[in-house]
Design a protein around this ligand. Structure first.
Ligand code: ADP
Ligand code: MG
Length: 216
């Protein structure tokens, strides 16, 4: 990151994004009891994550854990705090997040020197990177562009129902892509935005991790 840039780690990025698109429900805290109260309220399983600008790639340091009940939450919370102490990472807190079932997709925005803001879409973690199976359009896009972006992907079958899995809600997915492409119109200061994953199922779709870089 350069000096003239400002970065939003997951929680800040999601608070920014929830004005525009659906984001997994979450609560940031350093207090395990408060984490347990929130988890009980939204229901298990929940995902627990280390939130820190010093650890932007959370799973690389073992900073993402799933808890199926309160006992597991306590164990996971302790474990994450231990990691941050051992690695001397200053944290904003531990994020307790709703577990979202569905197909993982990647949605991003980048500022291109020639085209201005472009939106990127890909459908599925490891596969996406390996096959460079992504689609790009100049922002903003409309519903038809969003449909074309989905159809561009080799991995589109993952979205249309695959080996007995239900097709994802394509209407929600298209609306989300259009909405994200429009954020760039209002916020020229976005240098880069990574939503990875945006998890989509037959009913809904939600941001489950995001990172944004703004220019100052
Ligand atoms: P990282 O900083 O390593 O990218 P993520 O927050 O993306 O961390 O979490 C890593 C992985 O854990 C995701 O790619 C996804 O597979 C899974 N995951 C994260 N959050 C959720 C969630 N709320 N519901 C379901 N799976 C999740
Ligand atoms: Mg991620």
């Amino acid at each position: 990151m350069q000096k003239n840039e400002k970065i939003y780690a997951e929680k800040e990025a999601e608070d920014f994004l929830k004005k525009y698109i659906k984001v997994a429900d979450s609560f940031l805290t350093k207090d395990m009891k408060k984490a347990a109260v929130f988890a009980k309220k939204i229901g298990y399983p929940v995902v627990l994550k280390i939130i820190s600008k010093q650890a932007l790639h959370k799973s690389d340091i073992g900073g993402v854990l799933v808890a199926k009940n309160e006992d597991e939450l306590k164990g996971a919370f302790d474990c994450l705090l231990k990691i941050t102490k051992k690695k001397k990472i200053r944290i904003d807190g531990i994020l307790v997040q709703e577990f979202v079932k569905g197909q993982e997709t990647i949605i991003g925005i980048k500022k291109d020197p020639v085209f201005g803001h472009v939106i990127m879409f890909g459908a599925g973690g490891v596969l996406t990177e390996l096959l460079k199976d992504v689609s790009f359009r100049v922002c903003p896009i409309d519903d038809k562009d969003a449909e074309d972006m989905i159809n561009d992907l080799k991995a589109k079958k993952l979205l249309f129902g695959y080996r007995g899995s239900k097709p994802v809600n394509i209407v929600v997915l298209k609306k989300t892509l259009v909405a994200i492409s429009r954020i760039a119109l209002r916020r020229k200061d976005i240098e880069e935005m990574d939503i990875n994953p945006f998890i989509i199922n037959d009913n809904t779709g939600k941001v489950a991790d995001a990172r944004i870089i703004f220019s100052r």
